[in-house]
Design a protein around this ligand. Structure first.
Ligand SMILES: [Zn+2]
Length: 76
């Protein structure tokens, strides 16, 4: 059993206190649109693109809850 541990991949998953969240859906699955342009963020979950992001996990949780609720409504 050989586990290929790539330090660069591990690095992506640490530092939870520095997490960034999407202001639209509360997802933490966001990143820079361009690595050179660190003022612009893109949400991989809902497609949000913008400079504004959430850095507070509690607020993100609330947004996420609302988003999922609304999504459920739309599905109906
Ligand atoms: Zn989003």
């Amino acid at each position: 059993m050989v586990k290929n541990t790539d330090a660069r991949n591990v690095d992506m998953n640490i530092g939870e206190k520095n997490m960034k969240f999407c202001p639209n859906c509360g997802s933490g699955n966001i990143g820079w649109v361009l690595p050179q342009d660190r003022s612009k963020w893109e949400c991989k979950d809902c497609g949000y693109v913008g400079a504004f992001i959430i850095e507070d996990g509690e607020i993100a949780d609330e947004i996420r809850e609302d988003y999922i609720k609304n999504k459920g409504k739309m599905k109906r």
